[in-house]
Design a protein around this ligand. Sequence first.
Ligand code: ZN
Ligand code: ZN
Ligand code: ZN
Ligand code: ZN
Length: 437
Amino acid sequence: MRGEGAQSRGSLESTASNPGCAPDALPRAGAARAPAPDHVAATSCPECVAAGRCEAPDPWSELADAARRRAGAEAIADHLGFCARHAAVLGAKPWPASLAPAAADGLGILAALLEDRPRYEEKLLQIMFRSRHACAACGAERRRTPIDPAALAGDAARRLCFPHYRAAAAKADEKQLALLAAGVLHSARAWQERLEDAAGTDEDATSAALHWLAGEEGIEAPGALPLQSGSPCPVCRAAARALQRWLDAACTALRLDLELRGLLPLCPAHIGAFALHAGARDAREVARQATEVIAAMLERGLAENARAARREVEESASVWYRRRAASYLLGRRRRALRMPACGACERVDVACQQAQGETLDLLASRAGREELAGQGDLCVRHFAGVYMFAPHGEPRMMLAARQRAALLRAQAALAGGGSGDEWMIAASQLGDPGAWR
Ligand SMILES: [Zn+2]
Ligand SMILES: [Zn+2]
Ligand SMILES: [Zn+2]
Ligand SMILES: [Zn+2]
């Protein structure tokens, strides 16, 4: 069912009553609580706080601004709709005010590009390559509260939530990166210890640790909902099934007291989704394992970088020494501090690739194309994933013509105010809460 995400925001309290895993008994009220680590007591991430009280318009009002409707429509077309977290908002009616006209125009732009493919093929492919890891609303969000690594690489690093550490680290120079990583390592260890000490008696610790892991945004609007997708797109449905299987497998592993390893959620959307759908005990165990993995990776990365820096100083004494470019060194430092991939994201990616491959197989033969004509329309992002690899000639032509018709239907549904199923067509073209990061 679409729209669950938007309806059940901020419901960490409801973790125990949600049926994703066998619900555990809630920790006893008033039970002994481990003392909070000094820096995590009553503090929160400065970037999350700044986003909360930011006076700039929220990302939706920027995209839906009637005065800049063309720019909003172009941003939606350029990014091929939205990521999973933002698509969750489209799953619930009503949409953010005035978004429908801008979205309708965005769909119209894409339909026009597909109508004259010989002329716009290169432009279409450019959009498709670029859009994989971007989203129109995410871009507006970043512009709203730009992150400044220089201001955070100090004491503030210890108060950063994990997603904001990653955002700051992506823009930091070598020195800032080391300070940020050291600060966030301190936090990760403190959370890990608090969760281990609490041993099932501290529901505040679980809730706060999940907030640290996923940030305010990840917890309040978990984009990836492990529910059967209502989307007509066969790839979105395959992604939603993979997500449900991931959640079941993770809960089973936790019940057997196993380490999750490849199943561990590490991105805000999937930590948020797990917090929403798993029992209280499982959520706590996932938070513990995630903080443990993050701390271990950071510790290893920082040690590796310190060794490399010492080696470089020693080497610089040699007459054969040639100074390396700062960007090269920064790349190596970043690589050492790279986090493991989120287990849920990996499973969703594999499911999407498989489903897109099946669509490509169908496209190759006449019988397959006839079968494809009876299937639901691809959403615009998954269409892009198939189109980039579709053979030229009849298969590519049929794929583009079908998508153009779907885009025009979605555009008409939005222009007409969108009622019932018609509005769902438009929402499912622009993204699915379960399918993308
Ligand atoms: Zn934050
Ligand atoms: Zn987004
Ligand atoms: Zn899709
Ligand atoms: Zn993920």
